[in-house]
Design a protein around this ligand. Structure first.
Ligand code: COA
Ligand code: MG
Length: 295
């Protein structure tokens, strides 16, 4: 599963409120792997129509370069969602991000709407995982039509659970790991939730490291000041790249001698470790290419 996954980097996915023209303009110069243009929670009720228009014209007139573009719609239990879909038709982002997904049926309903439009044939669907029911249905949601990624909605989920915010995110672990498991079983991307205290670099780094260690592809962010840390933590570092190269070299040497295993730094290296090593190098290369395309 994981081996066939797209190597497109998703270390950082920055939310931008669709109503904030200044921030939309600014995004074109930011080192973010993906942009989540938001029409939902970051936009006040009175601003919904304005945000839709501002975003539609920004997406039509501005070039966001190689950054992946996602648009977060309002839910279909609101009066706004159908009109939000018009933005998708006009602007053709790679994906729509559906909030508060509870079941595969929610995805199937959106997929049917996209199927019915001529201009959204290639639009993928990403799901916000942020309700208890959604977490319990994660496996089926991940395999629903057009699905390409999960975004953890940890603020909404904490609200629903009635849990407390803790640095170790103990109350979130079940949801994080369940969604990661479901995403990997389906071969889709999984991005961790936001870190609210956008001036606390140390806290952000700790949470990025935890998300990375769990297996997430990257982190959703709310402020440009959070980009550098997420991009660093979710990229293979120099030591990881060096180790991957040495593992591959040692394994090739062992294979040439007719052996099935090698030893590097006192640890066994088998074929499966070589697959991981090759993925690490592929990810490093994809990140380098993306950075070149942005500069
Ligand atoms: N994307 C792009 N640019 C952003 C940005 C974002 N999410 N957040 C701030 N900026 C820009 C500002 O426009 C400002 O640019 P300028 O100085 O060139 O005018 C610069 O970064 C510094 O912003 P700052 O003054 O530090 O922040 P703020 O007080 O204006 O806004 C927030 C703080 C949290 C309100 C704002 O970052 C935000 O709206 N974030 C997104 C929230 C969101 O989308 N939530 C939904 C998902 S949880
Ligand atoms: Mg939410």
């Amino acid at each position: 599963m994981a081996a066939s996954m797209d190597t497109r980097p998703f270390r950082s996915a920055l939310y931008i409120p669709g109503s904030k023209e200044r921030a939309l303009e600014k995004a074109r110069g930011l080192a973010t792997d993906a942009i989540i243009f938001d029409l939902e929670d970051a936009v006040a009720v009175d601003e919904k129509a304005n945000a839709r228009e501002t975003l539609a014209s920004a997406l039509a007139s501005m070039d966001f370069g190689p950054r992946a573009k996602l648009v977060r719609l309002n839910g279909f239990d609101t009066d706004w969602a159908e009109r939000d879909l018009e933005v998708i038709s006009l602007a053709k982002p790679e994906a729509v991000l559906l909030p508060k997904v509870n079941s595969a049926a929610d995805i199937e309903a959106l997929a049917a709407k996209l199927d019915a439009r001529a201009d959204t044939a290639d639009t993928r669907i990403w799901a916000m995982m942020e309700t208890p029911e959604g977490i319990l249905n994660a496996a089926a949601i991940a395999k629903a039509p057009r699905m390409a990624g999960f975004v953890m909605g940890t603020n909404d989920l904490a609200k629903e659970l009635g849990c407390r915010f803790r640095a170790d995110r103990l109350p979130m672990q079940y949801a994080l790991q369940t969604c990661l498991m479901a995403a990997r079983a389906a071969g889709i991307i999984a991005i961790d939730g936001v870190y609210n205290a956008f001036k606390d670099d140390e806290g952000l780094r700790g949470e990025c490291e935890q998300g990375r260690d769990l297996g997430f592809d990257g982190k959703t962010l709310i402020h440009p000041a959070q980009l550098a840390i997420a991009n660093e933590v979710f990229a293979p570092d120099a030591a990881a790249i060096d180790l991957a190269r040495r593992q591959i070299a040692a394994f090739d040497e062992a294979t040439a001698k007719g052996l099935g295993v090698a030893v590097v730094d006192g640890k066994i290296v088998e074929n499966l470790h070589i697959e991981t090593a090759r993925q690490t190098l592929a990810r490093a290369e994809a990140i380098e290419n993306l950075q070149k395309a942005m500069s």
